[in-house]
Design a protein around this ligand. Structure first.
Ligand SMILES: [Zn+2]
Length: 340
């Protein structure tokens, strides 16, 4: 079922992602060097409980610093199974990624036949371990499944409830407000962008795109928060693509990194943290041997928004696009409109 147009007037056009086949984005002061950010999305109870400790161990062993973004509320992953019957793309993805093996039966039934379990709010000690290990931690919504399915129909009050609940639970666990917010399922709307601007975040990472930027409203004025988009495809999107082996996946990622530009690779605790842990370690070792160093999204946001950053991040429209291997639309950065 296709999502309905956003009644709030968010850009609803669909296009090819800005990073596909378009000229290289301009260099932005603050992005110099061979640096890559690993963004870790934590969507489920099991992904946090079992996947994050394994990733922390791996990152510690390899000297990697990463940015974790945690869904703070209930794990309603079971409701996502309803999409099996309504979306062909989702059925293909579930089959291709071997969903039962990757996510486990308990996660697939969570929020339907079995009660939903908490994600971030249930494991404050793990969130503190992430930060004490030298990594960054932020929020990835309150109810991931609700956001994915309903964000286009959610008004500002409902979105404020989701984000403020998540931020409050995060602050109770860590003692401070999260600096970064990451929209579940790479879905942002005009309403969600307005709400985020009013909360004390320092940056957002709601979309795919080639460079840091600020989103233009329909009247052209920029939003307050800088966006640090994900630049690379994810493992679950590429798995099962024609001729895609683990070796080719590593090559695809390694050749997708560019010196002096933004490089953000997103992983999921349920995929790279557990089921594909060995492949993920191979990727990290390849990045290290190619001379890449690791930074957090918060560090990138801080560098590109300091006064000395000339030119500052451009102002771009946010569009919707269908990406290969991902069911439904995601938010993507459009061609830069103008600098502020
Ligand atoms: Zn997610």
């Amino acid at each position: 079922m296709e999502p309905a147009p956003d009644p709030k007037g968010a850009p609803a056009s669909r296009s090819t992602p800005a990073s596909a086949g378009t000229p290289a984005p301009p260099s932005i002061v603050g992005l110099a060097g061979r640096r890559v950010a690993i963004r870790v999305d934590v969507d489920t109870h099991t992904g946090l409980r079992d996947g994050v400790p394994l990733l922390l161990e791996r990152f510690g062993r390899l000297g990697v610093r990463a940015s974790f973004f945690v869904t703070m509320g209930p794990d309603n992953s079971g409701r996502a199974i309803g999409r099996l019957f309504t979306r062909k793309g989702f059925a293909r993805k579930m089959a291709r990624t071997n969903a039962l093996k990757t996510y486990g039966l308990r996660t697939i039934l969570s929020g339907t036949l079995l009660p939903s379990r908490p994600v971030g709010s249930g494991f404050p000690e793990i969130l503190r371990r992430v930060e004490s290990g030298g990594h960054e931690c932020g929020i990835h919504g309150w109810d991931h499944v609700l956001w994915h399915d309903r964000i286009e129909r959610m008004g500002e009050a409902e979105i404020f409830g989701e984000l403020s609940q998540a931020a409050t639970a995060f602050a109770e666990a860590t003692g401070h407000h999260p600096a970064g917010t990451v929209a579940p399922a790479w879905r942002a709307t005009a309403a969600s962008l307005e709400v985020q601007d009013r909360l004390p975040f320092l940056y957002a990472s709601d979309c795919r795109g080639p460079s840091p930027f600020r989103v233009a409203r329909s009247d052209g004025t920029p939003h307050r928060l800088v966006q640090i988009p994900a630049t690379l495809p994810t493992l679950d999107e590429l798995l099962g693509a024609s001729g895609m082996t683990g070796e080719r996946f590593v090559e695809t990622l390694a050749s997708g990194l560019h010196p002096d530009r933004l490089n953000v690779f997103t992983i999921h605790t349920e995929v790279e943290g557990r089921h594909h842990a060995a492949l993920f370690e191979t990727i990290l070792r390849r990045f290290i041997s190619d001379g890449w160093t690791f930074e957090t999204l918060g560090e990138i946001a801080a560098r590109v928004t300091v006064r000395a950053a000339v030119p500052p991040p451009p102002v771009c429209r946010l569009e919707r696009a269908d990406l290969p291997g991902r069911p439904g639309w995601v938010s993507v950065q459009a061609t830069p409109a103008r600098s502020v």
